[in-house]
Design a binder for this molecule. Structure first.
Ligand SMILES: Nc1ncnc2c1ncn2[C@@H]1O[C@H](COP(=O)(O)OP(=O)(O)O)[C@@H](O)[C@H]1O
Ligand SMILES: [Mg+2]
Length: 454
């Protein structure tokens, strides 16, 4: 798993390391340069002093320098050797005769090879000749490097200090994430109150707000589910109670006529309970929380053919003229199994509420760029004041009591239709028929570009 802390730490540490290396290198080389300059100045100082001494004490009056002049006390092995020459280039005096520093006719700093060794020499002119101060390049470089290297340990210490502070700062800065995670982990389905967000940093506030939103929706949906469950149980209770009563009649009655009635009502009751259970199942599969297959281009004519085919036999028994008006393909974004359930509920209603001899017409069309499914019947229609409520779960209208075939209804049919239509971003309209009694139901799907626009 990716960790923000580790990623940040890795890049920050890499930057710190690179910075330390660069800064240390720069500091080291600058210091080295400055030390070299100081040593050059030393060399010049010694040569010039020696020249001034020669001028102040002309030949004959001066004594010999008893020992070599040494550099500053901490310059181990970097002693300065001196020599004086007369105007003709003859050696007058050398502090280290064995090292044979050559005569240089001139003034200033020079590098010379003396045998195997490299020397750096400063030559100063005086009245009677030349004074030289010289140093072995090797030992001077070693010394200069050692001095310059002294600034590295403090740099390293500084870098380590900064690194430690960064690690601490990062841990401290990311702690609210931990706290928020613990808050969420402490939740149960029974405690869906929002996570307190006043003390959260702005970076994770949006995430916490999203989680809070989700929990609020979960809470709502739990409430809806509970309500549905209790409605469903309530609805199931009446047919089951009826069944038990009829069974008792059957068991106790000796009258042949009464037994026959009870048996027929028992059959009816069972049919009703079965219908209800099937509707409940359908409804459970359509809720907004149900996992649905993706919507794909679907020919609504295929759906009509399937549903009308499945209802043809029943239509014949009930003496309903069930027909389909199909033209060219009408394609909507949909899930064909769900659309079949939707249409089946509409067709069933149309056939149940239309008396024998009536006509039920099922079809598709494109209207204003929108695919439409429609079901027309010649039944009593739905009064205007009822048209909103008929979509409620378990709501049954006036017609349901009047129609013999509608007895098995559960009041879930149109609720299922509405739920499936919602999933398809479609609208269900209940309309009066023009120029004839009956109901027209239209399911209007969004235009083709609706899903592209998102
Ligand atoms: N085609 C129709 N003609 C007349 N009334 C209808 C029609 N379809 C539905 N209704 C009315 O709408 C109500 C709700 O329908 P529905 O949800 O399918 O429940 P059910 O059919 O189980 O009663 C019905 O009880 C009925 O009053
Ligand atoms: Mg119905």
């Amino acid at each position: 798993m990716r960790s923000i802390e580790r990623t940040l730490l890795r890049s920050v540490m890499a930057a710190l390391l690179l910075g330390t290396v660069l800064v240390s290198a720069a500091a080291y080389f600058t210091t080295l340069d400055e030390i070299n300059e100081a040593l050059d100045a030393d060399l010049k100082h010694v040569a010039v002093s020696l020249a001034q001494y020669q001028d102040a004490n002309p030949a004959g009056t001066r004594g010999r320098l008893s020992k070599p002049i040494e550099g500053p006390p901490d310059m181990d092995g970097a002693e300065i050797a001196t020599a004086t020459w007369n105007g003709k280039g003859q050696l007058v005096y050398a502090s280290e005769p064995q090292s044979r520093i050559p005569f240089i006719n001139g003034e200033g700093l020079t590098r010379v090879n003396v045998g195997e060794e490299k020397w750096i020499v400063y030559t100063a002119r005086h009245r009677e000749g030349f004074a030289q101060a010289a140093q072995r390049l090797d030992s001077r470089q070693i010394m200069a490097r050692e001095s310059a290297a002294r600034i590295l340990p403090p740099m390293l210490l500084l870098a380590m200090g900064i690194g430690a502070l960064l690690i601490y700062g990062l841990r401290y800065g990311l702690r609210p994430l931990d706290l928020a995670a613990r808050e969420v982990a402490g939740r149960s389905v029974k405690s869906l109150e929002p996570i307190k967000s006043e003390f959260l940093p702005v970076e994770i506030a949006p995430m916490v707000a999203a989680i809070n939103g989700l929990m609020a929706r979960l809470d709502d949906s739990f409430t809806v589910q509970r309500q549905f469950l209790s409605d469903a149980a309530h609805e199931l209770r009446s047919p089951i109670t009826a069944l038990r009563l009829q069974l008792q009649v059957l068991e106790r009655s000796t009258d042949v006529g009464a037994v026959e009635t009870a048996r027929s009502e028992l059959r009816h009751g069972i049919a009703r309970a079965q219908h209800l259970v099937e509707q409940l199942l359908q409804f459970a599969r359509t809720g907004p929380e149900a996992v649905n297959k993706p919507l794909v281009p679907t020919d609504l004519n295929e759906v009509v053919r399937e549903v009308v085919g499945a209802q043809a036999l029943r239509a014949e028994v009930w003496q309903i003229d069930l027909g389909a008006s199909l033209e060219q393909p009408v394609i909507a974004m949909g899930e064909s199994a769900q659309l079949a359930i939707l249409l089946n509920n509409l067709v069933e209603n149309a056939m149940r509420y239309t008396p024998s001899g009536g006509v039920v017409d099922v079809g598709t069309e494109m209207r204003d760029g929108r695919p439409v499914l429609f079901v027309l019947d010649t039944g009593p229609g739905i009064p205007k004041e009822e048209r909103d409520r008929v979509f409620d779960r378990f709501y049954r209208g006036e017609q349901s009591a009047l129609s013999q075939r509608a007895i098995v209804g559960s009041g879930l049919g149109l609720a299922i239709v509405r739920a499936i239509a919602d999933q398809h971003h479609a609208v269900v309209k209940l309309l009066d028929r023009i120029g004839s009694p009956g109901l027209e139901v239209r399911v209007v799907f969004p235009p083709a570009d609706h899903f592209e626009r998102g």
